[in-house]
Structures are given as C-alpha cells and as structure tokens.
Design a protein around this ligand. Structure first.
Ligand code: ATP
Ligand code: MG
Length: 566
C-alpha cells in the first residue's frame, strides 16, 4: 500500500483529533513515545454518563496506543469530598470494564511535594502571600476583560516574609480566607486566569484521607498539572471550558521541570445529553431533596443509575464510541443512548410474556383443569438460547389495552366478535364481556379454535393481531416500575424565570404497576435482563426477593416519547 492509497487516507480521515495528535506525537518521538492518560474525578458525587464518556476516551486511547491510564482522585477540596464517593467511582469504572490495576492515585498524596514546590516558587520570586480578601481582590484588583488589573499591595513583600507567612498558614495560625498564596504572573495579562491566580487557600477542614494534617489546600489549577507531571502523564485530556486554563497549566509546569518531558493539556467538548442534567451539584440536589431515591435511582443519569435501570456496560461503551470526540459543544439526543441499550438487549435478553395491566380472559370451550405446555422461543436473535415451555390453561390474563369494546378503525387486537392470535398458542374469538357496576370490564369471554395452534404444522388462516398472555393459575406476581425520562424539557437547565431546573422534572417519570408474568421468571436474580414481549426491556431490581419480585423498565421497545412529542 502506498502512502497516499485510498485505504490509507480513508484510515487517516477516521481518526479523531486526539488520535491525530497522539499519532503525531508518537511520530515525533515526544515524551519517549509514551502515551499515558488519566481519569481525574473529584470524589464529590457519583459518576454520570458524561464521566463515562471521559473514562471510555482516556482508557480507550491508552489501550489503542499501548499506553497506560491512571485513576487519580482529585481530592483537593476536603469540604465536599467523601470516601463513599471514592468507593462508588471505583465500582463504576470497574463495571464499565476498565482496569487501572495499581495505578490508583490521590492528589492528596502529593500535598507534601506540592508544598515544597510552592516554597520553591516563593524562593524564585514567583509566588507571594496575599492578604486581600477574595472579594476585594476580585472587585478592586483583578480588573476586567477590557481593563488590566493592578498589583496587590502585598505583591512585592520580601521573600523571607512570604516564606514565614506561608509556613504559618500551614501551621494553622490564620483563619479561613484571611490569606492566600498567589502565583506572581501578570496582572495585565489578557487572560484573566494569569492575573496572579491563587495557588493555596486556608481551609480548616478534615480531609477524608489526610485528616487534620493540613489546613491549607492547593487550588485545582495548581494541583492538577503538577499531579500530571508527578505521574508522568503525557496527554491530559479535559473538557473545553479548561482551554483558558492551559497557559496557566503550562506556566506552572515550566516552574518545576528539569527534563525534556512535559505533560500537555488537550480539550474536547463535554458530553451534553438532551432531557438530562449532568452537573454534580444539581444531581446532589435531586438526591438531598429526595426528588429521587438516591444516586442510583434508575432515573438518574449516573452510571449506578443506568446500571440499576438495566443498562449494560457494552451499551454505554458503544454509545461513548458513537458520540465521538468533538471540539465544539453540542447536545446529543438521548434517543441515541436508548438506541444503544435496545440494540444490546435485543441481542442478549431472554424473552418472556408479562402482562403489566391485567384483565381476566376465560376460554369458554377450553377444558377445565387442563394445562398445556406451549413452546416459546427464548430469543429469536440467538438460537443458542433455545426454547422454553409456557403453561397455557382455560383462564388467562391479557393486557387491558389489548381489548376495546368499541374499537376504532385500525385497531387489530381483541374486540367483540373479533379474532386474534395468542402468541405461540391459538386463535381466539371474543364472545362476551362481564363488567362490574362501574362498567369496568372484569372478564372477557372467548372461544378458541383447537386447530390453530402455532407450530402444529396445520395450515393456518391469517389474523391481523397477536397479543401476549399469561396463564392465570401459573402467573407470578411482580411489582413493575415503569420509568420514563426524568425531565420534560430538552434542556432541563433552562427554567422559567424565578424557577430552577427542578421545575422541569417529569411528574410521570415513575409509574408502578402490579403485573402477572409467566413462571419462567420465578427464580430471577437482581440484574437479570428480560424482554417482556411487546412491551419493553426490563431488569430485576437489586431489592427484588424470591416471592417479591421487582422489575425496572429499562426502555420501551419503541420510542414512545418521540411519538408523543411530535
Ligand atoms: P461536574 O461539573 O458534573 O461536577 P466535573 O467536571 O467537575 O463535573 P470531575 O469529577 O472533575 O467532574 O470530572 C472528572 C473528569 O470527567 C474530568 O476530566 C472532566 O473533564 C470529565 N467530565 C466531567 N463531565 C463530563 C462530561 N459531561 N463530558 C465529558 N467529560 C466530562
Ligand atoms: Mg471538576
């Protein structure tokens, strides 16, 4: 193959921009031809689908270029962080199918080193202790995008004084907010972040790992790049809003390097999903104010929520891949995520018949006390999953909405004097209905045609509708949770004036029904996945117990949402 053969250019074109950068770096022999990425969550909440995108990207690139990926907890803000979050993050990354082996790090492990480098900055005349309070600095010194800032009166204090004050900050002599350590860069820089950014702040708070050892904590910008450097990261991938931080990232690295090696920051567009909120602060509000049952509520866009909802790791990885890597912000249609899980479950899910809203159906001419074992296919997409027997008897349950007494045109299911096929079984005909005093149908009476059994080999007449059913005597009861999207608005962040995003919550995001399911599901265990024929994909909830089965709807078979909102 020549260099410019179609195959070659075709392959080049399909590389995303990060792959192009990496391939160029490798070709130029940068950083000893290493590819080392990291995923740096702050343990202040559970991971969401946006993080999943970042995880797949960082681990995926390292895998592709035979590199490494670190898991680094960016735990520099003791007030909001917690071990519960650390544990959940690890569980979620493992579940997604990625492994960081021993490469688990904590920014807090570098506090000593970061402190030493801060002293070096002071000694080099590149940092000073500022006593202006934050508000004063922001209002009166930092300037604006159009006007330069002016120097803090503390900017030129002698190095010894800075060293002494910084040490005393560390020793806990000063209250929160009374002093900060600032980098001495350029108060007139067009980039506001370069106008003497804070590197350390005082926070008398107990840290989940370092306890009370520290009462000064490094700021994100200072901790992040230096941590990348300590770990030998080559490609530090973050989301677009950090592009203006890059000059500061580079400046801070330049103050400490003593080799050719440099980590570099690259930015890509964060994942935004329609009908979904992804700020941890907002997700925390939903949890704390009990709009949902917890971080792993099946309606939450968290990885643990999707897991409980019945999503597979494969479907999320497939989705992350389809979304690709963009350089500009955009919004991905949540229908793509739903498509990803449908595709996967279609291949793997065991089929069963389940009636979500049951009404009794009696076959008047079927023998009393007889049970037939009807053959049913476990998964038409996968022959190796085989067949099962479904009990059939005189009394069945069918879906209430599969019968209409006075059917509109184009309704091809059951109605008076009409025929339908019972899936895998016989053709039946409705002969009468019983109602209660409110006019609600209590029993549908039918007759069946014994010559019409599916798979009997006999010539069959065609009927327009096929409906699912469950034998009343053999049915298993289950609580079924019908989940829908958590938000009604495509962009839930946009609320009417005076209201916040919670005003866009979908009041019907959860409907609970008590259904009847064929006995096959009796021993089903948490996380088992099924297609309930004609209704959707469901999984067994973690709180399900034998005798008290709980199912969560993962997705309906078809996108009812799109139809409703046409
Ligand atoms: P949030 O704004 O929701 O609190 P965050 O960016 O503060 O998110 P971190 O824990 O700092 O959360 O994120 C860890 C990594 O995940 C970062 O590298 C961040 O860029 C990435 N990340 C976070 N949200 C998204 C997203 N929506 N799409 C892609 N990557 C994301
Ligand atoms: Mg962050």
């Amino acid at each position: 193959m020549t260099k410019n053969s179609p195959e070659n250019t075709e392959k080049k074109r399909s590389l995303n921009f990060l792959e192009q950068i990496i391939e160029k770096d490798l070709a130029e022999g940068k950083n000893e031809k290493r590819v080392h990425t990291r995923f740096p969550p702050e343990p202040n909440g559970y991971l969401h689908i946006g993080h999943a995108k970042s995880i797949c990207l960082n681990f995926g690139l390292a895998e592709k270029y035979k590199g490494l990926t670190n898991l680094r907890f960016d735990d520099t803000n003791p007030v909001k962080e917690d071990v519960e979050y650390v544990d959940s993050i690890k569980e979620d990354i493992k579940w997604l199918g990625f492994d960081w082996e021993e490469r688990e790090y904590y920014a807090s492990d570098y506090f000593d080193q970061l402190y030493e480098w801060a002293i070096k900055l002071i000694k080099d005349g590149k940092a000073y202790v500022d006593e202006l309070d934050q508000e004063d600095f922001a209002k009166n010194y930092r300037g604006t995008v159009n006007t330069p800032g002016k120097n803090s009166p503390y900017r030129n204090r002698p190095m010894e004084e800075n060293l002494d004050l910084f040490e005393r900050m560390k020793n806990g002599e000063f209250p929160d907010g009374s002093k900060v350590l600032r980098a001495k860069i350029d108060m007139a820089s067009p980039n506001m972040l370069m106008r003497d950014p804070a590197l350390y702040r005082i926070k008398h708070a107990t840290h989940h790992r370092t306890g009370d050892k520290w009462c000064i904590y490094p700021m994100y910008d200072y901790a992040h790049g230096q941590s990348d450097y300590i770990e030998g990261i080559t490609h530090s991938i973050c989301t677009l809003e950090f592009d203006i931080h890059r000059p500061l990232y580079d400046w801070l690295i330049e103050q400490i390097v003593d080799t050719e090696y440099r980590p570099h920051q690259y930015e890509f567009a964060r994942l935004n999903l329609s009908y979904t909120i992804m700020s941890k602060r907002k997700l925390l509000k939903l949890v704390e104010e009990k709009y949902v049952s917890g971080w792993n509520d099946p309606r939450m866009p968290t990885i643990s929520g999707f897991r409980r909802r019945g999503y597979t790791p494969e479907s999320i990885r497939y989705f992350a891949d389809k979304v690709g890597v963009a350089k500009r912000d955009n919004v991905i249609d949540v229908a793509l995520l739903e498509h990803s899980i449908r595709e996967d479950l279609n291949k793997i899910a065991q089929r069963v018949m389940a009636v979500l809203d049951p009404v009794k159906l009696v076959i008047d001419n079927y023998p009393e006390n007889e049970t037939e074992e009807i053959d049913a296919v476990n998964n038409p997409e996968d022959e190796s999953m085989g067949k099962r027997k479904v009990p059939f008897s005189k009394e069945l349950y069918i879906e209430r909405k599969d019968f209409i007494e006075d059917p509109p045109r184009k309704f091809f299911r059951l109605a008076p004097d009409r025929e339908v096929r019972l899936r895998y079984a016989y053709i039946i005909k409705c002969v009468s209905v019983e109602k209660d005093e409110d006019g609600k149908i209590t029993t549908i009476h039918c007759t069946y045609d014994p010559d019409t059994k599916s798979g009997s080999g006999k010539p069959q007449r065609k009927v327009k509708g096929t409906i699912h059913w469950v034998s009343a005597e053999h049915a298993v009861n289950a609580e079924i949770r019908l989940y829908d999207r958590l938000f009604l608005k495509e962009d839930p962040n946009k609320a009417e004036e005076g209201k916040d995003f919670t005003s866009n919550l979908n009041p019907d995001s959860l409907n609970i029904t008590h259904g009847k399911i064929e006995p096959f599901v009796e021993g089903a265990k948490p996380d088992d996945k099924f297609q309930f024929e004609r209704t959707g994909y469901f999984c067994v909830d973690k709180d399900s117990k034998p005798g008290k089965l709980l199912f969560n709807r993962t997705v309906p078979l078809r996108d009812s949402w799109a139809k409703r909102n046409k």
